[in-house]
Design a protein around this ligand. Structure first.
Ligand code: COA
Length: 535
């Protein structure tokens, strides 16, 4: 492979200015993250500690192998929602290593409204199980939850991907031979009782864990029976009388040790071999990304400059370099793993779509994972392009991406707008992971385009009625739409709603994608079959 020749001058004023602006965005992101990671209100944290319990992230730290990374997913779920009363949506999910095996960890944060579930907590839990299924990852549930957040029941209880999906997924995962382990470290009420009950193996902490279908107040109301939580479903009851739990732990630390012991005897099921190389750091410093990435999305970015700061040795075997340059395609290595990269370099034309589809076919036929680097305004519009069949060419690209069975990973490094989002493996195209950068934006189109479309529609309506839009009303309408798109297009808006798996620091991309490829090896890649490509 050849080394990418960077044309960037890190000493130029333009670079320096972009870097300064970017570092401001990054500072804000890190500040939000560190506030979120404190969990619930101070009193709730103090109460939790007084009970002798560890905080959720401390539990995870103890559970995973020492000095190994934990890829936390969607840490900013529910950010800006519910008056910011649900940091991380009250649940921490992510992938860690236990006895050398990658494991999906789903852990309630009881300091956040008793670990109860709102819509975003449910999405996060279900998404974690989906990732576990796609990558054959055993699941550990650190349970400490009051179940459904009752005022929100209509948004969390009845639908296909709501609360009930947890147990459906557990049954399906278990049936596929993917281990399900629960550690009951607090409350497991009502539907939540099924998390340990549906697990292959369950641990419960003495005087701390409880499992019951209906808690003491409900029992009293229903039957008049007066019973304490411990008598109804405590650790003694479930390890000696009901058999709902299998192991008794004295405290959090003991429970985590037992959980780790379980993983000593769990074997990896199958493995996707990939030809790896020794890891080489990029020739160009990844921190230079801060001076390159678009703070203002109107700025054109040469995607090869981004690739050069992500891949091993900044080495890249570019495919069709001279053809359709608004997409960069080629092979590289990330943390020693082979990867095919598609990166936007401008708007998508018909030939860009054909080049993209061709390259995806190369990756699937060679069983090489694909990294999509999105910075896309969409497909080109206009009479000339419609007549040339842009929709047909775009459809080929979408076909190729939708059916590609090799693992896909998507990182949005700029904008993600319109059907470009689809062709470049947006959320609906099931990339194994999708990450945003703090500067990135996602919406059906840019705010200015949306304002222009809506104003044109309004003007046409008024003209038909013999009226017109005053310049003041036009300006007002434009400002309202721009503001709406600005807010709703932000990476924070997206990540709060689980449209992605989290916002990441650009410098961490190669480590995260390297780990993601390693994780994908837990399941043999399926064979890709394509449907009808319209010619
Ligand atoms: N729905 C809505 N809010 C709930 C809730 C629920 N199911 N369970 C707890 N909360 C809220 C509490 O109102 C409190 O909110 P506040 O801080 O604004 O006052 C917060 O969560 C903490 O609850 P608290 O009871 O003070 O904490 P705790 O640690 O002593 O007990 C539970 C936690 C979960 C054991 C206990 O709250 C409980 O039993 N909740 C009811 C569980 C239940 O019956 N769920 C059925 C739904 S499927």
């Amino acid at each position: 492979m050849f080394r990418i020749e960077s044309k960037i001058d890190p000493r130029s004023p333009e670079f320096q200015q972009n870097r300064d602006e970017y570092l401001k965005l990054l500072k804000r992101f890190k500040e939000i993250l560190s506030t979120i990671r404190k969990g619930g209100p101070e009193q709730a944290v103090a109460k939790h500690r007084e009970r002798g319990k560890l905080l959720v992230r401390e539990r995870i730290d103890l559970l995973i192998d020492r000095n190994t990374p934990f890829i936390e997913l969607s840490a900013l779920a529910a950010y800006g929602l519910y008056d910011d009363g649900f940091p991380s949506a009250g649940i921490v999910t992510g992938i860690g290593v236990i006895h050398g095996k990658e494991v999906m960890i789903v852990a309630n944060d009881a300091t956040v409204k008793g670990g109860t579930y709102v819509k975003e907590s449910i999405k996060k839990h279900v998404r974690a199980q989906e990732i576990a299924m796609e990558n054959r990852l055993p699941c550990v549930y650190l349970v400490d939850s009051g179940g459904v957040f009752l005022p929100e029941q209509a948004n969390v209880f009845p639908d296909k991907y709501d609360f009930g999906r947890f147990f459906f997924n557990q049954a399906r995962l278990s049936a596929q031979g993917i281990p399900q382990v629960a550690v009951v470290m607090g409350s497991c009420t009502a539907g939540g009782a099924y998390v340990p009950a549906m697990s292959d193996e369950t641990i419960i902490v003495r005087n701390q864990g409880t499992i019951f279908i209906g808690g003491p107040p409900l029992v009293k109301a229903a039957t008049g029976e007066e019973v304490t939580a411990e008598e109804l479903g405590g650790a003694e009851v479930h390890t000696m009388i009901s058999g709902v739990a299998d192991h008794l732990a004295e405290n959090d630390v003991h429970a985590i040790q037992i959980c780790r012991n379980i993983f000593e005897s769990i074997r990896r099921h199958e493995y996707q071999p990939l030809e790896t190389s020794p890891i080489e750091e990029p020739f160009y410093n990844p921190e230079e990304l801060y001076g390159i990435l678009p703070v203002d999305l109107k700025k054109a970015v040469d995607s090869k400059e981004v690739i050069a700061r992500m891949v091993d040795g900044s080495l890249f075997h570019e495919f069709k370099e001279r053809y359709a340059p608004t997409i960069t395609t080629g092979f590289a290595r990330i943390m020693g793993y082979p990867v095919g990269i598609l990166a936007n370099n401008g708007v998508l034309f018909g030939e860009t779509a054909l080049k993209g589809a061709h390259f995806v076919e190369l990756c699937t036929s060679r069983n090489i994972p694909i990294l999509f680097l999105q910075n896309i305004t969409g497909f080109i519009v206009g009479k000339q392009y419609e007549r040339a069949g842009i929709a047909r060419d775009g459809a080929k690209f979408v076909h190729a991406v939708a059916n590609a069975k090799v693992p896909k990973f998507t990182v949005v490094f700029g904008g993600s707008f319109g059907a470009g989002n689809y062709a470049m493996a947006g959320r609906a195209y099931e990339p194994r992971f999708l990450f945003m950068y703090p500067n990135s934006k996602i919406s059906v189109m840019g705010g200015e385009q949306a304002a222009s479309v809506l104003i044109t529609v309004k003007e046409d309506q008024l003209r038909a009625a013999g009226k017109s839009l005053s310049p003041e009303d036009r300006e007002k309408m434009q400002q309202i739409i721009l503001k709406k798109y600005e807010d709703e297009g932000s990476a924070y808006f997206s990540t709060a709603r689980l449209w992605d798996d989290g916002i990441i620091d650009p410098v961490d991309t190669r480590k995260i994608i390297g780990l993601a490829i390693a994780i994908s090896q837990n399941k043999k890649y399926d064979k890709t079959e394509y449907g009808v490509f319209r010619m």
